[in-house]
Design a binder for this molecule. Structure first.
Ligand SMILES: [Zn+2]
Length: 307
């Protein structure tokens, strides 16, 4: 419905070439490569990691519209009228998992479109953690599986560009695999087995390392925390002699400050990557630069020797 400028240009270019071919009386126009190479598809995405993966894998072949903008907390998001228009006009929609984007099934129903390809990037094994933890992208190896699903979706829409798409995905998978190796190495020998975090976003990252997260709030960043929970966290921190609280950038830091004051510990940043802040977006941060800082914070908070 809504035609982006890039897509419009691609369409005009395609039509002109088709017109030239028709004028020459050519009967054999079976998907020439030169035509497919100018097609740019409109992909609507949701949260930051999905957006970043689609941009990396799709490259010049995609025009990406993220529904969640930088600086906006993601768990509470609900699509507005302009988001519905974007979803209706998309060639492809990529989201993380219905346990994060709880609005997605209704929004896709409301904008049903037979030619649109829909990709749910994350698969979650509910038996792995207490409840469904949708923050799958924070584990680089699980992110590889997301990349593969997004790659397959893009190839389904743009089969003539399968080589480019697969090569882009391979590059990204190599980077994610190297990042995972670095995490395993950096966090192999540590003084602590627990971290205190803003919300329970890090199970996929820390679980395989045998690290337990103690949350100021639950799996959703916006869930309420009562005074009793704060007292429990303070007790546990004292007992475990933990020296740091890991606070995320886009959630209210009052609670972390209260606990830090009470226990005399320091606050470090740990980033769930659900959304970049506007500043991070401006300086060109991405999944990998933020994950590097996350590793630094975890090495400090856990007292690991492999920094
Ligand atoms: Zn979260």
């Amino acid at each position: 419905m809504i035609l982006s400028i890039k897509k419009y240009i691609a369409l005009v270019a395609t039509l002109s070439v088709v017109a030239v071919l028709s004028a020459c009386g050519s009967e054999e126009v079976d998907a020439p490569l030169s035509l497919n190479s100018v097609v740019v598809i409109d992909v609507v995405t949701t949260i930051y990691p999905v957006t970043y993966f689609v941009e990396r894998i799709g490259g010049d072949l995609v025009s990406v519209t993220p529904l969640l903008k930088p600086g906006v907390p993601s768990h509470d998001f609900e699509p507005g009228p302009s988001d519905i228009i974007e979803l209706a006009g998309a060639d492809m929609v990529v989201y993380n998992h219905p346990s994060f984007e709880i609005w997605v099934a209704d929004a896709l129903d409301a904008t049903a479109n037979a030619s649109r390809v829909i990709v749910q990037a994350a698969d979650i094994d509910a038996s792995e953690s207490d409840g469904i933890d949708p923050h799958v992208w924070l584990n680089p190896l699980k992110a590889v599986a997301m990349v593969e699903k997004i790659r397959d979706g893009l190839v389904a829409v743009l089969p003539a560009s399968a080589n480019v798409i697969s090569a882009n995905a391979d590059d990204l998978i190599a980077e994610l695999t190297a990042l995972n190796d670095q995490i395993v190495e950096s966090l192999a020998v540590c003084g602590h087995r627990e971290i205190v975090v803003s919300h329970l976003a890090y199970g996929h990252l820390t679980g395989p390392l045998g690290v337990r997260q103690i949350g100021l709030s639950g799996i959703s960043a916006e869930s309420e925390t009562g005074a009793r929970r704060v007292a429990e966290v303070i007790d546990e921190m004292r007992e475990l002699k933990l020296k740091f609280i890991l606070q995320e950038p886009l959630s209210n830091s009052d609670l972390a400050k209260t606990v830090a004051r009470e226990t005399g510990v320091e606050i470090l940043q740990l980033h769930p990557l659900e959304a970049l802040t506007e500043d991070e977006q401006q300086v060109g941060d991405d999944y990998f630069t933020v994950m590097q800082r996350n590793i630094d914070s975890l090495v400090l908070a856990l007292g690991c020797s492999g920094g």
